[in-house]
Design a protein around this ligand. Sequence first.
Ligand code: F6R
Length: 611
Amino acid sequence: MCGIVAYLGNKPAAPIIINGLKRLEYRGYDSTGISIFENSLQVYKKAGKVVELDNLIGSKEFTSTIGMGHTRWATHGEPNDTNAHPHYSFNQSLSIIHNGIIENYNILKKELLNKGYEFSTDTDTEVLITFIEYIKSEANCSLEEAVRQALTSIDGAYAIVIMNTNNPDQLIAARKGSPMVLGVGDGEYFVASDATPLIEHTNEVVYLKDQEIAVIDRDKFRIINIEDEEQTPVIQQVELELDALEKGGYDHFMLKEIFEQPNSIADSMRGRVDAANGNLTLGGIREYSKALANSKRIIIVACGTSWHSGLVAEYMFEEYCRIPVEVEYASEFRYRNPVINEGDIVIAISQSGETADTMAAIELAKSKGAIILGVVNVVGSSISRVTHEGAYLHTGPEIGVASTKAFTGQLSVLIQIVLNVARIKGTITESKFKELLTELSTIPVKIKEVLESNAQIEYISDLFKDAHNFLYLGRGYNFPVALEGALKLKEISYIHAEGYPAAEMKHGPIALIDEKMPVVFIATKDSSYEKVVSNIQEVKARKGVVIAIVTKGDQLIPAMADHVIEVPECHEALMPLVSVIPLQLLSYHIAIMRGCNVDQPRNLAKSVTVE
Ligand code: F6R
């Protein structure tokens, strides 16, 4: 959580930083701040979004060519002006921005209080910078050395940048567990949580590794590790288009990303799926493809929406590869002493590639000898760098906090992995393989067709925008879609919603059904269609209001349901790619009608880098 950006160069720093913070706002948006050097170290900060900071600064013309900024997702201390970053050290000689959590801050705070230091905020970050100031004055050493020494005593995660009032020509940056990228421009340097604030300035970046410290001066930078060993920086090129970071004429990133799905799915298949010739090439999974095919079981670890795509993958792997699959919430897996054997395959699914729980689950599995494969969207992200092999989604940046195109991108890549394994194992016939590959290649066109129902879905949304509860039901491959539909609705519209396997309804949730309860059935024509029809009848018998996602041409369910949204016919294993689209649009429209900020829902952040 939290976005950080810093600049040292020859241009005024403030506008570059504010602009960068706007790009990083998806990471957290409950307070923001900036530190610059105008004769002395200055900090401006405010609760709320970057626009509040912009208003606070107003027309002040800063000349500082060094600075750093922060957009926060609160962990320690409520999101108010005081707790916003940057934070000064006790004597205000240093300022810091921080993304992460200092777990042992309380012990350090007590020690510093005993030595006479005082604190003006509730944050762990103020403790860290004051601790650095303390070491600097005690050891009478350089800031670089004080930071290094301090970090050897820190438990937890951090991406930090520090400014020093006694040296306005230097930034010190360091990371462990939280992402950080250093941008190398022409006579200027940038530091940020990801590459999005940098790409309008430079595409040359260095991804800092854990426990590395960057010492950035006006004419050079160096990287050391916390053992004080000099590191050789590897400069890489980022391939990110500026257009991908803009709304492109849409009112919200979420809507843009929903409508991008025909293209993003095509991108996830580009160079991999050759349906015409029945070929499938997954360049990212080569060395371990046989190990995957021979594995006795697969464990999938993920969180949230990515966990839902893991559930779909479970069905696909078991059906076509005959390999048992366990889908684990990364946050549970990491703490429950799971049985992991040498050579087990663990697939980690993550849009951001930065989710702390997924990262910790990977580390645990890796330490027990498992082979880790990643299904990740953000290129160069932490998870993509710790996995043995993997396949990127290639769906482009997802900026709306609610995941949409990443979900369908994950499903596309996962079915490609499944088909590859099934072919190697011989658990799929050649004709079935080709049928599914061909079907996959038609998904972009089918999604386009569903998107044409946008106006109808907007109309239905208007009828239900004031509901207090929703139930989402589906069976088989559509069960994870029900979970995903419910998650989308609650996270952006704040309406309580539950997703259930349709047959589970009678074991409890049926008690909720009355004439006020909208029940969304994902009821497309598949192997459990008749069973779902019975479940719809059970809801109607109790006066529930049914909104059904049905296969085009279905006549039975439209005769029973109150509202239907049609989707094109599709193989059931691939149906989630199509049947989720109306649910994304339904939640988007309902949230907009309720006046919610769909791109930045309350209390949430795009990448959850704290546990
Ligand atoms: C929901 C959503 C979250 C994420 C979850 C995992 O719309 O976006 O539930 O899916 O935080 O994030 P990643 O995929 O980045 O690991």
